[in-house]
Design a protein around this ligand. Structure first.
Ligand code: NOJ
Length: 760
């Protein structure tokens, strides 16, 4: 066949397949809607309310039937069809037992959704989300979510409360560990990767529902204190907070979770602007919104509802579809409908959304779709997952400093002193969201380094980070007194060629409810670092932490610093492979590191003030501190490699573009180092004059490239209207004409610059 004909037939064939697929999708959607309507018609008001009720399953599900107390009430409600979903039930045996009650003992047999916080892995733990984000590797992040979904789904879970897509600028807030950092563009890309990874093809039993949380503004808690009030203007909400949520929605996320905080005086859970106007109105979200844990009844403490009944009324009317653990809906919604305070059509809308998702998941066809004991046995903790989390862990590490080529370590003939309690900790690397992982299951740094046998390795603890192994870290549990191990550590360090100090935060020091007022090394660790430095300054500082730390002394004195976050089950192996150069680090910071906690919130995409800089010496009347620099310790996007990347020759295809047009901007990147390496090339812009002031820099693209020594590559980005759009003074997303600067580099500070215009 002639090539032209072949291509013609191929194109026709692909078109036909495409349109058949699209038609099937539409048909399926229609049929889901029809099925929902048929079922809805059969439901009593009480049964409808039941679908909106989510209970925490805390009792021994397969043990004796609970006879009294809360467990008994929940159990009875389940049998009456008054529960639509459970959370925190895990294991096929338990899930099956509860699903069986819902399906076989209730009048309509509607299956349950089983939700769980699969945040960074289920039992096989991947790096904390902030660490994964440092990889800037969307394929790896998607794969990590896929793996987590595979493992979690094998134990019966069909819904994860992830990804958390809150843009976070405040390192004091403990939950920065759970997000993608401070940038909306990077955060949106990562949100999409995670949603796709978890949800994939929902007809498969290896995929589960995802949940974009916490809608909205949760990360902007005043003073970085978890759950605190949030006051945010519309421009920041639209331009900074919303984009990752919108991106999740566009990627098909089926559920949203609202948040604990109030936003501009109205709790998010009872906020019609967020849930009805924006999410279900402007964005046309078809899935459902679950409240955060008890956040409906917490509106009483906010001073927004006088009792649970009023809280239920406010929440449902504002668009919260499912009540997580407040019992306010199950206890009061039917009554509220009878009293005319809530329309039954409002309840119907929430029920429709939930039932639709259950149909989509295939639970009506097979309620036990996720209940396969043999698969559970073969899946949980399997070797393939170990390999995947190791790969993700290596990609998440960020090399912050490497003077005098201290790293990579020589593989033989070296005396290495390994110091720090975290170096021998097999639990802390699992991070904060490890609710299904067993304690002591991470590979420690000590174990990781022991695999390199041709060096002499000596370990000394130095000092504990926390006293005991506390479940909740309170200030009183941090070791601020016990220095009894210092002497041994100092002696060990004296004899070594290189000292590796593993310092930072205890595993439960970040995460929900773990805000910190101090961002230094906790307890006596700073003292330990300085004491060791006095006897041997050839130090590699390996940081384990769930948030940016302020470590100016270390940056000034320590020759090599490696940011290793909390890297999950394979943590120690990943760190060892990076230290020895078997993996060339390529991570870049997704969040700015401050010099001083007082600089927080500090982020790269800040706005210029009217007095950004004063050139007259000794002037104080400009925006600065008189006792601290304005600049960060490490900027957003920063990270070194064992290779050396040089940027040159920034070129623009044209100086301007107009509507529907585009320009290309490119640079040459050369690896002038001695080893092959990966580099994340970053594109930023600045919109110079706009109807609402724009940040001094905005990330608009990035590409990861790999270069051999001496290899050069031209990296090209496209800039079009989408790139420069923002939520303008017209209260809509649009591109404004004017002058722009463009920057390309390996981080947000060291960049090559150009200029362009967007014209009418
Ligand atoms: C409260 C947290 O804020 C939320 O993120 C989590 O999913 C729920 N608890 C359920 O555990």
């Amino acid at each position: 066949m002639n090539r032209r004909f072949f291509l013609f037939f191929l194109a026709v064939g692909l078109f036909v397949i495409g349109s058949v697929k699209a038609q099937t999708k539409v048909k399926k959607e229609v049929s889901f809607d029809k099925k929902v309507e048929i079922l809805l018609k059969k439901m009593t008001l009480e049964e409808k309310v039941g679908q909106l009720n989510q209970y925490n399953g805390f009792w021994d599900v397969t043990g004796p039937t609970p006879k009294e107390g809360l467990a008994a009430k929940k159990y009875e409600d389940l049998k009456k069809g008054l529960v639509g979903s459970m959370l925190n039930v895990k294991g096929v045996k338990d899930v099956r037992a509860l699903q069986k009650i819902a399906v076989e003992q209730t009048r309509l047999g509607i299956p349950l959704l089983f939700g769980f916080d699969v945040i960074h892995g289920y039992k096989t733990i991947s790096p904390i989300p902030l660490a994964e984000s440092a990889s800037w590797d969307m394929d790896a992040i998607q794969k990590s979510a896929e793996m987590a979904a595979d493992e979690a789904s094998s134990v019966g879970i069909n819904w994860t409360f992830a990804p958390m897509v809150d843009v976070s600028r405040d390192a004091r807030w403990g939950r920065v560990m759970e997000g993608a950092g401070e940038d909306s563009y990077l955060g949106s890309r990562i949100a999409v990767a995670r949603v796709k990874g978890f949800q994939g093809d929902l007809s498969s039993n290896k995929n589960i529902l995802a949940c974009a949380k916490h809608f909205a503004g949760y990360a902007f808690a005043e003073s970085g204190k978890d759950y605190n009030s949030v006051d945010l203007g519309e421009s920041t909400l639209q331009n900074v907070v919303f984009p990752p949520f919108k991106a999740s929605l566009d990627a098909g996320v089926r559920t949203f979770m609202n948040s604990f905080n109030e936003l501009n005086g109205i709790p998010a859970t009872g906020n019609p602007y967020l849930q009805r106007e924006v999410l279900k109105g402007d964005w046309k979200f078809k899935g459902f919104v679950v409240s955060d844990w008890g956040s409906i009844q917490e509106m009483k403490a906010h001073g927004f509802a006088k009792d649970d009944k009023q809280a239920a009324e406010i929440a449902i009317n504002a668009g919260s579809d499912m009540d997580m653990e407040s019992s306010a809906y199950v206890d009061y919604l039917a009554q509220l409908v009878h009293e005319g305070k809530v329309k039954e059509t409002t309840v119907d809308d929430a029920v429709r959304r939930i039932l639709r998702v259950k149909f989509e998941l295939g639970l009506f066809d097979n309620p036990y779709k996720y209940c396969d004991e043999a698969r559970e046995l073969a899946t949980v903790g399997k070797q393939e997952f170990q390999n995947e989390v190791l790969d993700m862990a290596k990609k998440s590490i960020v090399l912050l400093k490497n003077n005098n080529d201290v790293l990579p370590l020589k593989k033989s003939g070296q005396k290495i002193a390994l110091i720090g309690a975290l170096a021998n900790d097999k639990t802390s690397p699992l991070g904060s969201w490890r609710i299904a992982a067993d304690e002591n299951t991470a590979v420690s740094v000590l174990e990781g380094l022991q695999a390199y046998k041709d060096n002499q390795l000596t370990y000394a603890k130095g000092a504990d980070v926390a006293l005991g192994s506390p479940k909740f870290i309170l200030e009183t549990k941090i070791n601020t007194t016990d220095k009894s191990g210092f002497e041994e550590a100092i002696t060990t360090a004296k004899k070594a060629d290189v000292v590796i100090l593993v310092l930072g935060e205890y595993g439960l020091q970040s995460g929900e409810g773990r805000s910190r007022a101090d961002l230094g090394l906790p307890g006596v660790q700073q003292e330990l670092l300085e004491a060791i430095y006095k006897v041997n300054s050839n130090i590699v500082l390996v940081l384990n932490n769930g948030r940016p730390l302020a470590i100016p002394w270390a940056e000034e004195h320590i020759p090599a610093i490696v940011e290793a976050w909390q890297l999950g089950t394979q943590s120690g192996n990943a760190i060892a492979q990076v230290l020895y150069g078997d993996y060339n680090p390529s991570g870049k910071l997704p969040m700015t590191f401050p010099r001083n906690v007082a600089q927080v919130p500090i982020y790269y995409n800040y706005k210029s003030t009217g007095r950004p800089i004063m050139n007259e010496p000794d002037s104080v009347f400009w925006s600065h501190y008189i006792d601290e620099k304005n600049t960060p310790l490490y900027p957003f996007g920063f990270g070194l490699s064992y290779s050396k990347f040089e940027y040159s020759n920034l070129k623009l295809s044209s100086q301007s573009f107009s509507k529907n047009g585009k320009i290309e901007v490119s640079v040459l990147v050369k690896n002038s180092g001695k080893v092959k390496g990966k580099e994340v090339v970053q594109l930023y812009i600045r919109d110079l004059i706009a109807s609402i002031t724009r940040p001094v820099l905005e990330l608009k693209g990035f590409e990861m490239i790999e270069l051999k020594p001496n290899e050069t590559k031209r990296v090209t980005f496209e800039i079009n209207e989408k790139t420069i759009e923002f939520f303008t003074a017209n209260r809509k997303w649009e591109a404004e004409t004017g002058d722009f600067k463009v920057f390309i580099g390996g981080n947000s500070v060291e960049t090559l610059k150009g200029e362009f215009q967007f014209v009418k």
